[in-house]
Unconditional design. Structure first.
Length: 68
């Protein structure tokens, strides 16, 4: 699944920092430290990052497209 543009709860735009978050996460940094550094402080917005599925550097969309 593609990363949402806005937080489902509060409507804050969260997609603008996803690229940096994903890059730093794959480099081995801790998720909570990255979100603190990116100034993502609301728990609802943090949930958007924590619950997003990373699967071998490809989106879930690619997996779903295999099944018609």
């Amino acid at each position: 699944m593609m990363f949402p543009v806005r937080c489902f709860s509060c409507g804050t735009v969260v997609s603008e920092v996803y690229g940096e978050y994903h890059e730093r996460l794959t480099n081995g940094e801790k998720s909570d430290e990255i979100l603190d550094d990116l100034d993502i402080t609301k728990y609802c917005c943090r949930r958007m990052f924590a619950s997003h599925r990373l699967h071998n550097d490809k989106d879930l969309f690619d997996d779903v497209m295999e099944y018609k």
